[in-house]
Design a protein. Sequence first.
Length: 289
Amino acid sequence: MEIIRTENLTHRYGIGTPFEKTALDGVNISVREGEYVGVIGQTGSGKSTLISHLNAILKPTEGKVFVDGADLWSENKARRIETRFKVGLVFQYPEYQLFEETVYKDIAFGPKNMKLDEAEIDRRVRESLRFVGMGEDCLDKSPFDLSGGQKRRIAIAGVMALEPKVLILDEPAAGLDPKGRDEILSRIRDYHKETGSTVLLVSHSMEDIANNADSIIVMEGGRVRMHETVDAVFERADELIAMGLDIPQITKVFIDLREKGYDVRTDIYTIETAKREILSKLTGGASRD
Ligand SMILES: Nc1ncnc2c1ncn2[C@@H]1O[C@H](COP(=O)(O)OP(=O)(O)O)[C@@H](O)[C@H]1O
Ligand SMILES: [Mg+2]
């Protein structure tokens, strides 16, 4: 089942000013329910503008956005609000939006606004905290006493607590050290597996997406250049490089080998496939597993 669709989605900033800019230009995407989609593209390619349309923070200049079959900008206001609740958006650097005096209150803020009862709010706070891998001992602390990475996890938990059908995260690993990045990305992967909800993860790094996503949307200059499975996108690794995208280290190694004259595949992005490819070359094409 399709959960998100855009039709000719176009967005222009600063219409009628000297700074008018077409940030999205006729974007058509379709996302299946339960899918984990990576959205990749260089800075300025339109990723944030695209996802801001999916829960109606931005209104299309042209085109349409459908969530769970409903037009986000339909005339029926009640339906529109209900539809927006289906999409949870974690902004870039979401930790700047923490403001409550305790971690508990911060995560509970969204569910409270949804007018849920105390027991349900409590359940959601604890479950979301578990999803982001934090212990309950932090619940009574001030969010401002936590480390940067921990604050970010609390902010993500606050959106997970809305239990959206679609969770969208804009560069959730940006600015973290490699350990912090891996931690956040694996938590999001587990959340996806456990809840079965749809996840859209925006990044400018293929490394963040390759091992997690089912499919990848590649944006360039406000347009969708590719929307395919991870394997199919990696078969076009040379195009990704030409677009200036960061590809995984292991892919670079195989592209270098190819350039040096070795007859190897270049659509490799996991250590496991790399190992198999090398073994099969060493044994003359006969892979042993
Ligand atoms: N509020 C804004 N006003 C004017 N131009 C903007 C605004 N936000 C983004 N843009 C421009 O729109 C284009 C797409 O930006 P954005 O969606 O933020 O890309 P990305 O998230 O891929 O970096 C860029 O050229 C950017 O400068
Ligand atoms: Mg952005």
